[in-house]
Design a binder for this molecule. Structure first.
Ligand SMILES: [Zn+2]
Ligand SMILES: [Zn+2]
Length: 371
């Protein structure tokens, strides 16, 4: 697809160092212009698609970085595939970015506000203990100047002449599959049944304005990477007193280099020197709840697994905890002094078959650690 190779910054008309807010603003402006309910240009849907893909890539810090460094090829290698928008379903595209009816589309219920989507990144230790995070997001609020009806104070909206106030009309739409007749939101009034002749100066007749809003998100202990938290009614304001939409917060749990999470269990490795493993030792092992002292018997083998009951992650919204499994790694000296060499050689000469008697194989133990 040749069109996929156009420069994303160019498509959005922003500079390469544009801020997140500038990118969002540019996309919003273009989306309004290219919205097929508004634009008569035949190539508007295609252009809209390109612009939406550019926005999708650049509005996410990770994919934007990939794109900045390696371009389109980098995005593909990084596993980024733009959402394949169904142009027959533009309402969904807008709701994906801004919530359902920020553009005045009455696509759901009686003007219920659209849902907003946000993402939070937390540390594993925060997922273990639970954490409250403050989140700032842009949501549509009812405009204070016109109280949401979009009309400049002193004027009132009038009944829509296109639909006679019904809010819905039969629309004929053409597509590659032929003509469709469907009942849809009235394009004259976007489904509200009324039109504003003198738009409110503050909100440009939209009745709502985007504002930055801070919400507290309580993240429960035990949450898994990628789970969503729904904040009821915290999304975009509804139209004409209808309830607001929700906010869906996707929680990403960062990796912790000390621990591997396996469901509710935690897997960690502990290093014992060959001497500690051979003679036994007490060593400090980190757990998410703090360090613990673990005693290892003489003759501890690499690959052995110690299970610390109840030291894993809390089980989300239930009682109980997972375990922590501690996998023993035995470290071998990389460099020895002459004296150490002499001692090790002497040790080897004094060893026999019984010194290194085998039991369960290393790989069986490894498998049980990673089960
Ligand atoms: Zn207003
Ligand atoms: Zn109408």
């Amino acid at each position: 697809m040749a069109t996929a190779e156009r420069d994303y910054y160019e498509l959005l008309g922003v500079s390469r160092d544009a801020t997140e807010a500038e990118i969002k603003k540019a996309f919003r402006k273009l989306a309004r212009e290219l919205h097929p309910d508004v634009s008569q240009e035949p190539d508007a849907p295609e252009r809209f698609k390109e612009v939406a893909q550019a926005y999708e890539a650049l509005s996410n810090a990770e994919t934007r970085k990939l794109y900045d460094q390696y371009g389109h090829a980098g995005l593909r290698r990084g596993g980024f595939t733009p959402t394949d928008f169904d142009l027959g379903n533009l309402g969904d595209i807008f709701s994906a970015f801004f919530g359902d009816d920020l553009f005045g589309r009455a696509s759901r219920g009686a003007g219920r506000g659209g849902d907003a989507v946000a993402r939070l990144r937390i540390e594993l230790i925060e997922a273990y203990a639970g954490v409250t995070r403050r989140l700032e997001l842009d949501v549509a609020h009812t405009c204070g100047r016109c109280a949401g009806d979009g009309a400049e104070p002193g004027t009132t909206p009038v009944t829509c002449p296109t639909c006679g106030g019904a809010g819905r009309v039969q629309q004929v739409s053409r597509s590659v599959f032929g003509e469709f007749v469907r009942a849809g939101a009235c394009p004259g009034c976007s489904g509200t049944g009324r039109v504003v002749e003198t738009p409110c100066e503050e909100c440009d007749g939209q009745g709502r304005k985007l504002v930055e809003k801070a919400v507290e998100v309580e993240i429960p202990a035990g949450i898994h990477d990628g789970q969503q938290i729904r904040l009821r009614g915290e999304g975009h304001a509804g139209v004409g007193g209808a309830p607001g939409g929700d906010v869906y917060v996707e929680v990403r749990v960062a990796r912790d280099e000390r621990f591997e999470r396996d469901g509710n269990d935690i897997v960690a490795a502990v290093d014992l020197t060959i001497v500690q493993a051979a003679l036994g030792a007490t060593v400090t092992v980190p757990t998410l709840g703090g360090d613990v002292e673990l005693e290892f018997e003489p003759g501890t083998q690499p690959g052995e697994v110690r299970v610390l009951r109840g030291k894993g992650m809390p089980v989300l919204q239930r009682s109980g905890r997972g375990d922590q499994r501690v996998l023993v790694n035995v470290t071998v000296p990389r460099r020895v002094t002459d004296e150490q060499r002499r001692l090790l050689e002497q040790f080897e000469q004094g060893s026999d078959e019984d010194t290194y008697r085998r039991d369960e194989s290393f790989f069986d133990k490894l498998k049980s650690a990673l089960r």
